[in-house]
Design a protein around this ligand. Structure first.
Ligand SMILES: *[C@@H]1O[C@H](CO)[C@@H](O)[C@H](O)[C@H]1NC(C)=O
Ligand SMILES: *[C@@H]1O[C@H](CO)[C@@H](O)[C@H](O)[C@H]1NC(C)=O
Length: 307
């Protein structure tokens, strides 16, 4: 694998807004993926070698807003906070101490000053919730890189959030919404993608939700998509579907080509009505996270019929 120059930012959710844009290299290799996706059918995703892709997240280049000078040396070593003493070798990304430069003072505000009718007070923290999982839910296991089906508590920060003009979006090219396709025939599901650095995924069995969301040098979320097809009772079904039931699921390992993501549905689908949806995710599989609450859908669904 070629040198992957993915900028990895640690716990800088709060201060990164003011940070200079990542300097330097454009991303090159987007993380060649091993064969396969997440397979087909309702069974849990089979283990797949994610090694290739996980190693794409190898370089730990840090930028902090507090030390503009440090951004000229994206070495992966301490980029740190105006040389704040962090102990050890001074690497903020291995330090077990919360660095003062990343403490978000606004997390102490519960948002209710003044109170707003119907609005709940936010929980607050003076230490970025660093011990959130231990203090809040002692019986709950930590998210550990596995897909813990019984639930867990994740201590990883949300990570890098793009600007409003870098929010991803998607629209199905095929099957078209409202379209009809031949039953039981192979087809390529195709999605038009915008503002999304696709084709990067990490090992879904060992690094699920195990790292913050990251952006590329253009400010786009680095990640990948998935396509899932669910059977419907009719095209205008109004009852909610069961998220544990789907007839096809595939991680889209490859990057978009000319803005189009493609997945081969090799067995097609039996006669019936269906919904195909994208699930856009960061490298470590969390849903893409964008900077504002009011935004258009980041995913697309297409409702179609097979006859
Ligand atoms: C904290 O939030 C206020 C708005 O409530 C904002 O004006 C201020 O810039 C924030 N402080 C920091 C350090 O981001
Ligand atoms: C979501 O993923 C689909 C592919 O499944 C892609 O076409 C679309 O552009 C993505 N959406 C965003 C917001 O990136």
């Amino acid at each position: 694998m070629k040198a992957a120059s993915i900028f990895f930012f640690g716990a800088l959710v709060c201060s990164v807004a003011a940070a200079p844009r990542p300097l330097g290299r454009r991303f090159g290799n987007q993380g060649k993926s091993p064969a396969g996706g997440f397979g087909k059918g309702g069974a849990p995703p089979p283990p797949k070698g994610g090694a290739g892709a996980s190693s794409a997240i190898a370089s730990a280049s840090i930028v902090t807003s507090a030390a503009p000078a440090a951004t000229s040396a994206l070495t992966g070593n301490n980029a740190g906070a105006g040389g704040a003493a962090t102990g050890g070798d001074g690497d903020l990304q291995t330090s077990l101490t919360l660095d003062s430069s990343v403490i978000c003072a606004n997390f102490t505000d519960d948002g209710q000053n003044p109170p707003v009718a119907g609005q709940s007070a936010s929980s607050t923290s003076t230490n970025n919730y660093i011990n959130f999982c231990a203090l809040t839910l002692p019986q709950t296991p930590l998210t550990n890189g596995l897909q813990i089906t019984s639930g867990s508590c994740n201590p990883a920060p949300i990570g890098l959030i793009p600007s409003v003009d870098h929010m991803p979006s998607a629209k199905y090219l095929f099957p078209k919404n409202g379209g009809t396709i031949p039953a039981n025939q192979a087809f390529n599901a195709q999605l038009n993608v915008l503002n999304f650095h696709t084709g990067v995924f990490t090992n879904a069995q060992k690094t699920y939700f195990a790292a913050p969301q990251t952006l590329d040098a253009q400010g786009l979320i680095i990640g990948h998509s998935h396509m899932v097809i669910e059977a419907l009772s009719s095209i205008d079904q109004i009852t909610p579907t069961d998220p544990q039931k789907f007839i096809f699921f595939k991680g889209v390992d490859a990057a978009a080509v000319n803005g189009v993501l493609t997945v081969a549905v090799t067995a097609g689908v039996p006669p019936g009505t269906y919904r195909i949806c994208s699930i856009n995710s960061s490298s470590n599989h969390q849903p893409v996270i964008v900077p504002i609450a009011q935004h258009g859908s980041l995913d697309d669904c297409s409702y179609f019929t097979a006859k």
